[in-house]
Design a protein around this ligand. Sequence first.
Ligand code: ADP
Ligand code: MG
Length: 815
Amino acid sequence: MASKEETFERKTAEKGCSCCSSDSEKEDCCTPEEDHADESANDTPANAYTFQVEGMDCPSCASTLQKGVYRLPGVQEAKVQYATGSMQVSTDGTLAPAMIKQTVQRLGYNTELPAADTGEAYNIYGMDCGSCAATVSKHFAQLDGVRDVQVQFATGKMTLDHELSQERVKGEVRRLGFEAAPVTERRSSSSQPETSPLRGMTNTIISGVLLLAGIASSLTPAPAIISIILYLSVIVVGGYKPAKSAYFAIKSRSLDMNVLMMGAAIGAPLIGEYFEGALVVWLFALGNALQQYSVAKTRKSISHLMDLAPAEAWVKAGDTWVRRPVEDVGLGQTMLIKPGEKIPLDGTIREGNSMVDQSPITGESLPIDKASGDKVYAGTLNDFGSLEVEVTARPEDTTLARIIHLVEEAQGQQAPTQSFVDRFAAVYTPIVFAAAIAVIVVPPVIGIGGWADWVYRGLALLVVACPCALVISTPVAIVSAIGNAAKQGVLIKGGAFLEAAGTLNALAFDKTGTLTEGKPVVEKVYAADGDADRLLSIASTLEAYSNHPIARAITAHAGEQNVSSFEGVNFYAEPGKGVSGTIEGKAYAAGKPEWLEEQGVELKHVEEEIQQLQNEGMTVVLIGDGESVLGYVGVADKIRPVSSEAVQSLHKNGIRELTVLTGDNEGTAAKIAGQANIDRYMAGLLPEDKAKAVRTLQQEGRRVGMVGDGINDAPALATADIGIAMGGAGADTSMEAADIVLMADNLEKLPYTIRLSRKALRIIKQNIWFAVLIKVAALALIVPDMLTLWMAVLSDTGAALLVVANSLRLFRLRG
Ligand code: ADP
Ligand code: MG
């Protein structure tokens, strides 16, 4: 420690940067965790974190920060890059990232905990039921130093806001009978510890063999004590792990299924039912092992998505290309992607052209033409051309990485039915538990029948009180469906949206860029004074300040015609209307005819022509100077072939209420709607009117999904029951604005999305009904005294398995 301290002091004294000369940095930031760190520094694995640091405004700040963090006990390496504002810290695992953050702040800079932070999220292995998740979560909630904890059974993840060391977290989880490993954003998903099916099964297999031996021996004239011993050893071997979990569940005051099952398993031999006790334990263990195995497979499939992107890239180094791990490739570097290779990082093509198969990210069936200036995404496949690509994202920030992060978050989100089920289980279990105790105690005490009979019935009831099948009826279905969608290039942001999408019966579409290509082209230029070049010049000067697809069409056309722009001032783009500006001291406007009319432009003499062009499906951009029309530009946008196919497929899936919403004129709206096979449209809408139109549809009693590009449709997307944005791979904005994002820039996967969510809703309902009815049946059997312990176990563990199997159908639905 002392030597670390010295170097730090010397370095700080040497540098003389104003921004870092505050005294705060010299403050002692060694933490009370010091001793602890020294103990375990040698035998714990290294952990790496990347922080983004704000407020470093000179290179020597970087070295101060580096030294300051390096001083922290448990830090093995700290590297701060001034240029990128990032800091990489590797620790021996004893230091919580929250401590690093605190230190950074103490040194006078600002930082956030790394997103999907490695120290805060853990994979928990071995949780076989929702109630185990509750046990883990309750246990951590009561520990000192834990501010917040969330454990999700379906994703197998725990997120912690805490001050504990990683070793401590792992230790606590181990005590509960599970294994924990930090979720690292690194690509080594395959090297993460995993519960191999066999490892989880060993106890089940041994106890199964013992059970068979016991049955065999009971069929022979061998003394009964032999089979009793065999049955007891089944209970010990198979029940060891659940008993441990039960112990901790009781300690953290949760009545989970381990507690209930162990109650039955211990109670049965006490009343002489050795065989039944052994059977309960074995069926329970078998069910859990199978269930865990299949759920783990689903969980893992998402982290495997990360493996889509190669771990190494060819990077330009001087005149040659060298092979580098993607972690070492910097932003702005040039990488080479050979034909037939997968693209390792997001980037912009600088050289070459090719076709790229983007299906891993967008689900699109056709490869896309790519040329210089186009974006390419990590994980997609370069077809035939060699590409030189400028890197635009670090491995943890690629579109692919963001998808995975979003999906993992989405899978953890509770759906409405799930919280209903949890609430139900929270009432059901204690009631049946109390009934079981009453059945055991009351009748024998008041003298009806003997103890053994009533205890047996009570134990069966204990098992029936397990809500296992019910608790997992929803989350596994949701994880499967969201995971399947991700593989098809569809991001569903949570179970609630999945369920809501399953209930939609109407869809509203934005026209420009959604149904149409969104790349309008200029088809006609008319100048009142005959000088078409001057008109185009004015139009393109104004439109250069707008991002609207129409604006891009006009500026591109002017470029092709070699028409130069004027100098202008006071530009203003009015959303959904047009643009205005001052050129050579005179005010001009270009936009929709109604808008120019509002500004006092006299339209009478061109009205007929405008109408004519609009009826042909053109959008007319009128150019005026505040009094008279100088001329107009007619632009036209083509419908995407995929749009009409998607609409047809939606019709087939029973969604018939389709509406086009557009700011464009009637004529164009009618024409595009007709081509897309949609019979309703609302034209001339301002962006805020689109939201009103959605509300109108809702008031007509529909559950409306709004499909748009997410840029000027944000209010409508937010108003709809479900907002569906497309083009997620290209624009971050649409990823944020919507509840469901189609990664492709077209509607190809929309019908699939609707089908998937409807099926998910159906399967969830089936699961809930099935789980409830099986319990009701088991409870009913108790009256004619036909409920045996093994039936009770089947009604729980067996039902849970069927529920899981049913849910996994969602994972296999084809796109
Ligand atoms: P859409 O619903 O088709 O996406 P918008 O709401 O973006 O349409 O725009 C509606 C109409 O406003 C366009 O059809 C066009 O007539 C006019 N407009 C909007 N922005 C511009 C612009 N930058 N230049 C010219 N016209 C524009
Ligand atoms: Mg639009």
